[in-house]
Design a protein around this ligand. Sequence first.
Ligand code: NAD
Ligand code: IPM
Ligand code: MN
Length: 343
Amino acid sequence: MARIAVVAGDGIGPEVVGQARKVIDAVLPGVEATEYDLGAARYHRTGEVLPDSVLTELAGHDAILLGAVGDPTVPPGVLERGLLLKLRFAFDQYVNLRPSRLWPGVAGPLANVKPGEVDLVVVREGTEGLYAGAGGSLHRDTPAEVATEESLNTRHGVERVIRDAFARARRRERRKVTLVHKTNVLTHAGSLWARAFEAVAAEHPDVTTEYQHVDAAAMFLVTQPQRYDVVVTDNLFGDILTDIAAAVTGGIGLAASGCINPEGRYPSMFEPVHGSAPDIAGKGVADPVAAVLSAALLIDQLGHADAAARVTAAVATELASRTPGVPLRTEEVGDRLAGYAVA
Ligand code: NAD
Ligand code: IPM
Ligand code: MN
């Protein structure tokens, strides 16, 4: 049976991961789950964020389930970079997979979009771009302070994520890939992305392609999300666009993701798109659906497609039976989902 590592993390992380665990236990009873205490509490207690020994242990698992990372009492970046990005980079999770669909019964904010009409997936590059950490600052805390933050793009890194996007598109009905970048301004990185995209597209004549600048894509995601099938884009654009995609498909509480190492050399990690939500942490009102759908991606990746489908069906049942405006309780949603999934 599979061995998974669980990093519940900060804020609402433990609340939503608790529900995802219930659902995993319901559909895969024998799974071995080990909890790792990482995040703000450990940092305050020990000063450590992600010790090498823990990283090595995590590497020995089949997959990682993560809740959320980040806390207002910890300086920005310490946990986000030191824990979350360190994991994505160390495990070469270069495909950051972020599906969005408008579920039946979910009232999206758009009058012109009906449930079932949006079914897109953003393939966000996960290890490069502006996230790489290239940059620095000079003359800190003086009037002459300078800061740079450079976007790192390698042909290898760009081409492999584009290949993954095309491979995914070929397994989908519409077989369409949209490249999103800003080639009209970011001419160095943009040109590399566009040329890599053209080269991979030439090998896939059965896949329809299009290109959009990121500003237009942000607009079209809000006005016509139905037009997208697979979207491939860089790390920061993908971060922003997937919060938009979440907002137009019922909210961030429903948005799942997978940080995938497609070759399987390292464990992939599954986590909601949302963060630790300090504004609602501890209140028991966070929507666990994003974490549960992330668990479905994890279960599928472990090779249990039937069990994953049962989790997805449980979410469909839950969402179809919600009454708009009625507040939810995290634990109750988790109990219902586990019940639907096992039935
Ligand atoms: P956030 O996603 O935590 O919260 C944004 C808004 O969405 C808040 O109003 C929050 O209450 C709401 N929200 C989020 N998840 C919800 C859920 N499941 N149910 C209902 N409402 C939900 O983003 P933020 O406030 O910008 O960031 C808070 C912290 O989380 C920061 O430290 C940030 O760096 C971190 N963060 C971590 C991750 C991650 O671990 N993958 C992702 C995003 C942000
Ligand atoms: C996300 C988050 C992270 C990101 C942060 C917390 C590092 O916003 O998973 O979307 O930017 O990738
Ligand atoms: Mn984000």
